[in-house]
Design a binder for this molecule. Sequence first.
Ligand code: NAD
Length: 509
Amino acid sequence: MATATSTSTSSDRLQSFNPASGELVGSVPIHTAADVDAAVARARVAATAWGSRSFAARNEELIAFRRAIAAHADELAELMHRENGKPLGEALTEVLQTLGHIQHATAHAEKALEPRRVSSGLLANFKSTISYHPLGVVAVIGPWNYPLFTPFGSIAYALAAGNAVVWKPSELTPLIAVRVAEIAAQTFALPDLLQVVTGAGPTGAALAKAAVDKIAFTGSAATGKRVMMAAAERLTPVLLELGGKDPMIVAEDADLEKAAEACVFGALTNAGQACISVERVYVADAIHDKFVDEVVKQVRDLKTGGDDGHLGAMTSAAQIDIVRDHLDDAVAKGAKVHTGGTAAISGNFIPPTVLTNVDHRMKVMTDETFGPVIPIQRVGSLDEAVKLANDTPYGLGSTVFGGKAVRGIADKVRAGMTSINSVLAFAGIPSLPFGGIGESGFGRIHGDEGIREFVRVKSTAEQSFSLPINMMSMRQPADLPTRLRGMIKTLYGEGVVAKVGDAFRKLRS
Ligand code: NAD
């Protein structure tokens, strides 16, 4: 079974509401710790069978699963639109990107996980091999902002690497996950390969404590730390994709219109509820005013709400309070409001706010806002921009716009990812590993690194023939110390072999 629905030991149900209209979209069970453990036990059986299959056999089913998701694209996007509040176009984009990851993981897993022969160094009589093996059961705990794309950054790669998955979606968006799990159960020969358990924090906490082999968590830094503490009990490894306060730097020689367009998209897509949203902008003094004018002009063309709106409803009411708090704090400390502002907030809809005269005393420049706000700070130099960009405990995405110098600037920004003269592009390229540093978490999804997150590494040393001295023996010749001294000098000191080696390395560097 794909969801633990029928086995739930709880009589309560979790309701999921449309944030745009307030209507009830559906309800799901609240799974208890016993339900979670039972799901993990079923996943363990599926993992044993799935992990022992060839890549070709697994890929056949993963391709069928991809096709099934594609066939249900409209239904899934419509459900996401209703449950999460994002515009239908953004929901369809999310389905498209999710399919891209299923495709990429399926196509690349075998190559990324091919056993590799490596040098045996001094033990030249050995064949040394690194091989990769499925972990078993992977727990995926997801957020509400990208309820499909984000968890599939882990799910697709974990499945392709030969694992079974138990997925705990956000309590704000459980229905989309339940529907995907139903499709998975109809497609995979092993119906427990991808299971969904539903509920709020306690269900997630139960999964973090369960007998799984890895936890891939996406959510806030505060919850990520709780997950890591729970995982410590069993020493379960964790991958943490947490929040961000992503900076954008606009240099004097940037294409203003394109930079403004990227800024508006990067800050406002998904109503600013993206972990890699542009959350703060640093603009060179010489172009600051023109850039602000262009951003304001483009923002004024946008519509919030309605079927044809560019910005949908905020998914979580709690998030609206955070946005309001950041705006109040900024205005109280001297920020200028160009569009939007707290007075424009209506129900669950927040029209985009452009702020200037901002600085790092304000929460809007230091804490994750996660809403449609564009705070723009004037900077005197690119060095100042880099210093301010790095003045954060987070380090997820980043954006730099400008001429040739921007490559150097990009290298100096302390972040897991950077887009140059574009925005958020790194997230749309499946071969690029995705993840952060500092309070943004650790570990990588997507790309070959993302595939290797879900395997254990095995090192094998196989003796091919014997050497006169067997280093792995207690039966050594009496003159061993003398021989070893000779080896040290010859190989690493002033000996001929060492000198030739050094010269060769110098030539290559
Ligand atoms: P959240 O931390 O509130 O919840 C995330 C998930 O954890 C939910 O499924 C929740 O039910 C579960 N959970 C809650 N308490 C738990 C516990 N004690 N143990 C285990 N699980 C528990 O985050 P959210 O509000 O759903 O998502 C928004 C956050 O996610 C933002 O900070 C955003 O930046 C971040 N995010 C990061 C990425 C990334 O890839 N880095 C992607 C999307 C969102």
